[in-house]
Design a protein around this ligand. Structure first.
Ligand code: NZQ
Ligand code: ZN
Length: 386
């Protein structure tokens, strides 16, 4: 095994931590930009708590509301312009992954002279950015503790990432009580996102990953144990807390240490997100069983056995392929039975008009995949998922 691991984000976790934000950001300057989406942070008290804390610390702020789920590059441009115009010292993202991603990209674009989309399209690693602080309200993406932001450009039908060490949030405030108001469908999608980040890191050809496999299995079991519970009992603190703490560890690099990190499912889902405005976690969940069935073979069956036995408690004495198929069925029962996620892309409004275009993009990202798929295989997989 050989790797480097460094995640400098400080986590402040628990009820009431967002009230500490003023004293934290005051060390970075006098003027902030708060980036958020629709009205959820005004309904659940996040906005009032954050702004009261900033006032108390003598910090002033500007605001960028209206960040879309699947944030658009136009919102990034707006935020970067505000930063340049008002000499913003730091950015606060308040909301789910879309607000965090938009804020992250703004932090980088604030120091970039060209169009913000360049950072995504040219894969310019961001090494200089405004400091970012996060008040998270949805357990899903892990953006609160990673170096990436996923941005959509409707003009080019692209959804892709901007990455760089300077984008990692300085401090993320995780208060599980803020997630009590997340609707059941969004809770399911978020849980599926955490689950998928873990799955596609875990299904990897690297050897000697016993320790990180165990951490990954624990994240998967956490999703299975608490996803449905959080939907059925929105204010169940045990469920919300465990999901919120599992979220960053699925993607902050720990469980990827020593692996190839091919990330096939996100590579399949993001091109769909470029063409159709679908909920990220739902798209991933729908694709997962189709991907599983495509990659199950003599070469991969042992990993399926490990997954089935350690996550779903399937009898290890059964035939290997029987265990693997039971593991896929148990995954389906979890995603579509317990989490009640729609089973088909068609139900999300995806049709068969752009399968070739989407598959072309996805096929170009297969270099490090666990099992590389050709463009034709991807079209077939998309079609089966429709
Ligand atoms: O806009 P508001 O009013 O805040 O409502 C949001 C939005 O409608 C709502 N919501 C959030 N917190 C809430 C709440 N509603 C009630 N109570 C709360 N406490 O939920 C809806 C979805 O929010 P969004 O931020 O879009 O969801 P999510 O956190 O799933 O983020 C999805 C985005 O993150 C990207 C996805 O591609 C997608 O664009 N990802 C980012 C990653 C990263 N940076 O590392 C990795 C992921 O794989 C993913 O690609
Ligand atoms: Zn994701």
């Amino acid at each position: 095994m050989k790797f480097q691991y460094h995640v400098p984000t400080q986590i402040r976790f628990g009820k009431g931590v967002a009230g500490e934000i003023g004293s934290v950001v005051a060390a970075y300057g006098k003027t902030g930009l708060i980036v958020y989406g629709g009205s959820s942070i005004k309904r659940n008290g996040v906005y009032d708590t954050v702004t009261a804390s900033l006032k108390e610390a003598g910090v002033t702020w500007y605001e960028l509301p209206g960040v879309e789920p699947n944030p658009r590059v136009t919102s990034v441009e707006k935020g970067a312009a505000l930063c340049k115009e008002h000499g913003i010292d730091f950015v606060i993202a308040a909301g789910g992954g879309s607000s965090v991603d938009c804020a992250k990209a703004i932090c980088g674009a604030a120091f970039y002279d060209g169009p913000a989309w360049d950072l995504v399209e040219k894969h310019l690693p961001v090494t200089k950015a405004l400091p970012l602080f996060v008040v998270l309200t949805l357990a899903a993406t892990g953006s609160e503790m990673d170096a990436g932001a996923i941005i959509t450009n409707p003009a080019t039908k692209e959804k892709s990432g901007v990455f760089g060490p300077a984008l990692v949030p300085r401090v993320s405030f995780l208060d599980p009580t803020y997630t009590y108001t997340v609707p059941a469908r969004q809770t399911a999608a978020g849980t599926a996102d955490i689950y998928t980040h873990t799955i596609e890191t875990y299904f990897d050809s690297a050897k000697d990953t016993y320790f990180v496999d165990g951490v990954a299995e624990s994240i998967l079991r956490t999703c299975v144990k608490y996803g449905k519970l959080a939907m059925d009992e929105p204010d169940n603190d045990e469920a919300r807390s465990n999901l919120m703490w599992a979220s960053p560890w699925a993607i902050n690099g720990l469980i990827g240490c020593g692996r190839n990190e091919g990330w096939t499912l996100h590579g399949l889902q993001h091109p769909i997100g470029g063409w159709y405005d679908i909920t990220h976690g739902e798209g991933l969940a729908i694709l997962m069983p189709h991907w599983f069935r495509k990659i199950l073979s003599d070469k991969t069956v042992d990993k399926f056995v490990q997954y089935g036995v350690n996550v779903f408690g399937i009898d290890p004495t059964l035939d290997k392929f029987e265990i693997a198929n039971k593991a896929i069925e148990a995954t389906e029962e979890f995603l579509f039975g317990q989490l009640r996620i729609p089973r088909t892309l068609g139900e999300l409004g995806v049709d068969d008009k752009h399968l070739e275009d989407m598959a072309q993009v996805a096929a170009a990202g297969m270099a490090r995949a666990y099992v590389p798929l050709t463009k034709d295989e991807i079209v077939e997989l998309y079609r089966a998922a429709l």
